[in-house]
Design a protein around this ligand. Structure first.
Ligand code: NAD
Ligand code: ZN
Length: 375
């Protein structure tokens, strides 16, 4: 059996003073870069049973891109509907079992889609070589063996899932990532032409995820010159895309947004996210709100915590005529607010980053409930 990325470690780098993360091994970037897919994976095709598994967002089924997958006849292609469910452990396990029963271990997995498909490709690569259910591996460094080669082709920009070391899965008990060095893609192809069809509201919400990653990354105690360098550049690009003279969904701006997403992901990796993301997990977990949208719904109510970022965010909302819901908390009773606050409270890294060493005195359960009452 041939497996990839032997550099995976078992250290707990999150607890180290200085973070020690694995990066994507190779990145191709540029309009039309997707056409190099077959050539890129050719050397890897010699491994295992000499075939690839494609996991492609169902949006592309029957569209132009589905005729340009550059697959070989022996490859398996799965078009996956990511609406309304985010990736689940059950789905990954079933897919893995089906693939291994059909053809044995593939040379690699190719994921083409948004953050959901990026996570499916990463998780599938790991679960093809790790026995049992993926629920056993939700957490940090629980994966025992490196996965097969995996390649990501993002078709929405913003979450940074293309660069992160986690594959977020919803299981029966928890929504948590398979997180280790081996999760990181071996190869990513960034082709800005692929994000041209993203509907305007999602283009806005996912781009704002990048913007909020950078604002939160720079506004806290874990900010450092390394995370700031990525964050500042990503913020500059976001400003051009959403506020500049030529703001909007243009090919030039898609070039920029794709890079901003990756750099925003690296910025938060080497620093931390903050209050908006901590609340966002609470909102998503209890109400199923999608990540990027949840962040926007929350960030509009944090002017005191992120004053500059909030001012700029409000301008972007206005410029692109985005309507965000108001008065949501009127529908939530105390038990619901407590459940939401508990999820957020259990993210101490984020509160610590945002509020400093005495964060426990500030970010109490009652304080977090009050933040949710703003929504
Ligand atoms: P998504 O992948 O959930 O897709 C959103 C919608 O856009 C879907 O309907 C999809 O079919 C459609 N779509 C995808 N590409 C398109 C295109 N080019 N044109 C038109 N429509 C297109 O969206 P997302 O916001 O990128 O990802 C959200 C997911 O990412 C969540 O599951 C979340 O848990 C995960 N996430 C992961 C990380 C990580 O680090 N691993 C970080 C943040 C979020
Ligand atoms: Zn985010």
């Amino acid at each position: 059996m041939s497996v990839r990325a032997e550099s995976g470690t078992t250290d707990n780098s999150e607890n180290m003073l200085h973070k020690n993360f694995k990066n994507i091994e190779k990145v191709t970037y540029g309009r039309g870069a997707f056409s190099q897919l077959a050539e890129t994976v050719k050397p890897v095709r010699k491994e295992n049973k000499n075939y690839f598994v494609y996991v492609v967002d169902n949006y592309f089924k029957g569209k132009e891109l589905s005729n340009k997958l550059q697959n070989e006849p022996e490859d398996l292609i799965y078009f996956i509907d990511v609406d309304p469910h985010e990736p689940t452990t059950e789905h990954i396990d079933a897919l893995r079992d089906e693939i291994l029963a059909k053809k044995g271990l593939p040379s690699g997995v190719i994921g083409i889609g948004g953050g959901s498909i990026m996570d499916i490709a990463k998780a599938l690569s790991l679960m093809l070589t790790n026995e049992g259910s993926s629920t056993l591996y939700q957490g940090l460094n629980l994966i025992k063996k490196p996965g097969v080669f995996h390649l990501g082709v993002p078709t929405i920009s913003g979450t940074g899932a293309e660069v992160s070391m986690t594959a977020v899965l919803t299981g029966p008990e928890k929504k948590l990532g398979l997180k280790c060095d081996w999760t990181v893609f071996n190869q990513v192809i960034l082709d800005p032409e692929l994000i041209a069809t993203v509907p305007t509201d999602w283009w806005f919400f996912t781009g704002m995820d990048t913007y909020i990653h950078c604002i939160e990354s720079e506004s806290g105690i874990r900010n450092n010159a390394f995370s700031l360098a990525y964050g500042e550049q990503a913020l500059k690009l976001c400003r051009e895309v959403y506020l500049g003279d030529k703001a909007g969904q243009t090919p030039e701006n898609n070039d920029k947004l794709m890079v901003a997403s990756l750099m925003g992901g690296l910025s938060l990796t080497y620093s931390e996210v903050g209050v908006c993301h901590a609340l966002s997990y609470g909102l998503s977990k209890i109400h199923g709100t999608r990540h990027c949208y949840a962040n926007c719904v929350i960030f509009q109510h944090l002017p005191d915590i992120y004053p500059q970022g909030h001012k700029e965010f409000s301008k972007m909302i206005e410029k692109h005529k985005i309507k965000l819901p108001q008065g949501l908390s009127k529908e939530w009773d105390d038990a619901t607010l407590t459940a939401m606050a508990q999820v957020s409270y259990n993210l101490p890294f984020m509160w610590n980053h945002a509020f400093g060493d005495n964060y426990k005195e500030i970010a109490t359960l009652d304080y977090i409930k009050d933040l949710f009452r703003r929504l």
